[in-house]
Design a protein around this ligand. Sequence first.
Ligand SMILES: Nc1ncnc2c1ncn2[C@@H]1O[C@H](COP(=O)(O)OP(=O)(O)OP(=O)(O)O)[C@@H](O)[C@H]1O
Length: 844
Amino acid sequence: MASHGGIQIPSRLPLLLTHEGVLLPGSTTRVSVHSARNMQVVRSRLLKGTSLKSTILGVIPNTRDPEHDTQELPALHSIGTAGLAVQVVGSNWPKPHYTLLITGLCRFRVTQLLRERPFAVAIVEQLDRLEQYTEGQPLDRELRELTQNFYQAALQLVGMLDMSVPVVAKLRQLLDSLPRETLPDVLAAMIRTSNTEKLQVLDAVDLQERFKKTLPMLTRQIEGLKLLQKTRKPRPDDDKRVVLAIRKGGVFPGRQFSLEEDGEDEDGDDMAVLERKVKEAAMPEPALHVCLKELKRLKKMPQSMPEYALTRNYLELMVELPWTKSTSDCLDIRAARVLLDNDHYALEKLKRRVLEYLAVRQLRSTLKGPILCFVGPPGVGKTSVGRSIARTLGREFHRIALGGVCDQSDVRGHRRTYVGSMPGRIINGLKTVGVNNPVFLLDEVDKLGKSLQGDPAAALLEVLDPEQNHSFTDHYLNVPFDLSQVLFIATANTTSTIPPALLDRMEVIQVPGYTQEEKVEIAHRHLIPHQLEQHGLTPQQLQIPQDTTHEIISKYTREAGVRSLERKIGAICRAVAVKVAEGHKMSKAESPGETERRVEPEQVGKGEDSDVTAPPEMPIVIDQIALKDILGPQIFEMEVSGRLTLPGVAIGLAWTPLGGEIMFVEASRMEGDGQLTLTGQLGDIMKESAHLAISWLRSNAKTYHLTNSGADPLEGNDIHLHFPAGAVTKDGPSAGVTIVTCLASLFSGRLVRSDVTMTGEITLRGLVLPVGGIKDKVLAAHRAGLKRIILPKRNEKDLEEIPVHIQAELAFITASTLDEVLNAAFDGGFPAVVITHPQITSKL
Ligand SMILES: Nc1ncnc2c1ncn2[C@@H]1O[C@H](COP(=O)(O)OP(=O)(O)OP(=O)(O)O)[C@@H](O)[C@H]1O
């Protein structure tokens, strides 16, 4: 039996014949066992044997053992490696086989093959004679140098491997602890070498020769790694890693790149990056303090913990917030005026107020001013004026839609203890714009809701209050953020539903609806060019004359703003775009008849006939017929005419958040016992107005001849008052005069003038009090084609707001008493029998 450094292999060894891979001493490899002979070795030696000796096999490389017993054993490689089978794994699928894990012990030479079946057994001679080292014999100089060079190269190689510092340190330790003579075998097994090369190493029985054979393989590997590193793109934080490595004392020759294992590596990196970002975010002291604390916690947390992600998200938000980042204002009032004028037609009052506001801000260079709140019907340009303000100031713009928000945490965020907690809309907005002085448009403040989750309006109070908002604390952040540089603008459709405390902090600027003419101008200056651009059309392709715009406005839209007008123009553009794209002619396209009249007469008859592939005549001009083709039959009609043909109907004017409206009031009388029925979804104030009106008429019935026989017109009668469009809730006192007029018409049997409309609150004594929303109401009357408007006398001043050309088309009658109203509402007046009769009042 041969011996070597404590390893002693039996002189008779069962042979395992392998054909893939070469087992070298000092390394461990997996060997797949399929062939009959090898299977027998496993079964009889490894599975049955119980001694350590039986687990030592002679592994002969490069031999394919024949599948069938009949076939002769091929010539065997004379040198093999004695190996210790440390693990046997068997499987029956797809066919019975074993996988062995074998550790190479030492070389041997086959001296005599004892038998071939059922497995080969040979007498062997242990080859590795390494006593020179272990027994302290002096090495010859060449071998010593070789060994030293090899060791250095091995160190260099380990240093170049892309592994974490601890792994490299371990490898280094291993290199130091191994006897030097084993290094060629160990490293040849580790590095990228072919089977032939490994076979050469195995065959190099002489140690010196073995060093000589393996050293070039090692240097080749080092060169290869160097090349790889050169071609590899340096990562942005490579420098930092090297610095980190130096600090940790982990410098290895040739090692310049990553020092950590991949997974750990990225994480460690990320942490460092995050930490750097936290320090660079220029946050105020309290926020920085919290961040550093969280960062410390995060470093200790395993990634699998749910809190890890939460804390990380928090930190990432904190570093993204614009604590000190801001844009510089570039306000030039003259330029602002031009810009506002260019962006918006009309809106004079609003633009004037905005300019004043900006001018004051420029002079005082402070933000502590009122918060502007634009109140008006939808589509009148409130949002877009807000956007223009941001542009004039050169600031970022962000719109926060508050419609339907009924949870405090929408504004102020959720506490971080909640799963899925988020910051509120204010902080989110700041993160989006990335600066701390944007223009925030709080859209639809009047539509804030309330719920069990707290009142969002209360949270907004803090946001909007210049005294408090420098330390606004979002629940998610849990540290104050200075909002004092943010310019807040609010919009609403009505002030009535804005919480009073919020309204108190804002300066309301009413934005009334547009007149027909203004809408036409807006359409031609802004909406049509914008829609053309949106649809990829040019004015050379599509023209919409002013008459057509008038038609669209009066027949297809009924709104105070211009939003649905814009949509209709969009619909026209789409229809034309299809025609342009198809190459069809708009005129005599496919079908004769109406379609052929879609263009102006001059374009018809220019040889278009049935040429469907020819491009359409440019520009395509939308006339009334083309309009009907595209938008369909008109949607709205002047419904006034025809409805005033019976006594007991009058037209009033109402103000709604959507603008002014004309409102019909109908009354009918039937036999009964003096009951009053009111229908049409009326609010309390409206009901009171109805009762007031009835009372006044009853008390004045005699004066105006409203009864046939008795003193009370209600005697033996029930009265039903109806306000059509019952789906819409109506409230407010301004229908008082209309109800009186309607009932007066009913009782007197006279028709109200068909061109008259009115508004005004009444008192029991017959006085007419002023009401709001005059401009919107007048515009609605004008839209509806009514010519005569009865207003409370004290509202006369509001007429100034009405454009002159509209005033010219309307007759305004101002009244301070109901008597004046009735006289103006009926043709030929509404005379009282004895106007100054002293008994009238005494009858009350
Ligand atoms: N005076 C105007 N000049 C030019 N364009 C206008 C004007 N008024 C409104 N517009 C245009 O009308 C469209 C609707 O306006 P915007 O969205 O600002 O309405 P809004 O008043 O904010 O409505 P909402 O109350 O529904 O939010 C926009 O495309 C806007 O450019």
